[in-house]
Design a protein around this ligand. Structure first.
Ligand SMILES: Cc1cc2nc3c(=O)[nH]c(=O)nc-3n(C[C@H](O)[C@H](O)[C@H](O)COP(=O)(O)OP(=O)(O)OC[C@H]3O[C@@H](n4cnc5c(N)ncnc54)[C@H](O)[C@@H]3O)c2cc1C
Length: 215
């Protein structure tokens, strides 16, 4: 492999593992991990399972503690990639600074698809992908204010009103999240898969505001 700074955009599982594996296999040049989340790189699967249920602290989700990055000389840069100049081999960051690279790894993962139906932007419609989103939901579950929640889970809409939960999956049902919530709040649930037939299956035309009393 040609030597030179390795810039890794995205500090999810993929980005973290690239950095860790490079060091593990003896790569000695500069490694920068561009992290646009306000946490050390962490694992997402527990966000809809044990963590959501209230088990563990944020630290338990981290792939490695802070000292790992120092010891391995992996620079965690709290910023976001804005543009790439491939000819100059330069990455611009939203902060305004830029970094030159020998190798550029794009590990930017995925983001939730937004639901484009009326009322999908109500305050109680929630998405679940990040640690902060799981934390906020976990606190609401713990506080017992969960009976009128909607959340969007990795492309899925979950509605819980008066102890009933409706989960609509755009990809595949993350039924473990429903089970978690049901276990936590005794929710009854219905699960509808949408999958590839996104526009042809039964969906609410809108989220009725009357089903979502203010918390
Ligand atoms: C709630 C939940 C539960 C899951 N449960 C399971 C499970 O049980 N089993 C399983 O196999 N998988 C599960 N997954 C999926 C698994 O977490 C993903 O497959 C995995 O996170 C993908 O890792 P990634 O590094 O490719 O992308 P991501 O985890 O999406 O990480 C990409 C990172 O890049 C950042 N980024 C994006 N753009 C930029 C930019 N311009 N500049 C800097 N950074 C940027 C993002 O903010 C993010 O931090 C779950 C996912 C979620 C959300």
């Amino acid at each position: 492999m040609t030597q030179g700074t390795v810039l890794i955009v995205g500090a999810g599982h993929a980005g973290f593992q690239v950095a860790a594996s490079l060091r593990q296999h003896g790569f000695a040049e500069r490694i920068c991990l561009i992290n646009d989340e306000a946490h050390l790189p962490y694992q997402r699967p527990p966000l809809s399972k044990a963590y959501l249920k209230g088990e563990g602290r944020p630290d338990s989700l981290m792939f490695r503690p802070d000292k790992f990055y120092r010891e391995q000389n992996i620079e965690l840069i709290a910023d976001r990639a804005a543009s790439i100049d491939r000819a100059a081999r330069r990455l611009s960051l939203t902060s305004g600074s830029s970094l030159d690279y020998g190798h550029l790894v794009l590990a930017t993962g995925a983001r939730n698809r937004l639901l484009d139906i009326p009322n999908a932007n109500l305050a109680d419609v929630r998405y679940l992908r990040t640690l902060d989103e799981s934390e906020a939901l976990r606190q609401r579950i713990a506080s017992g204010r969960f009976t009128s929640e909607c959340l969007r889970l990795n492309g899925q809409l979950v509605r819980a009103a008066h102890s009933r939960t409706l989960l609509i999956s755009l990809q595949y049902a993350r039924s473990e999240a429903i089970c978690t919530m049901r276990g936590a709040r005794r929710c009854r649930d219905r699960v509808r898969e949408r999958g590839a037939t996104l526009r042809s299956v039964t969906l609410p035309n809108e989220i009725p505001t009357t089903a979502l009393p203010s918390p």
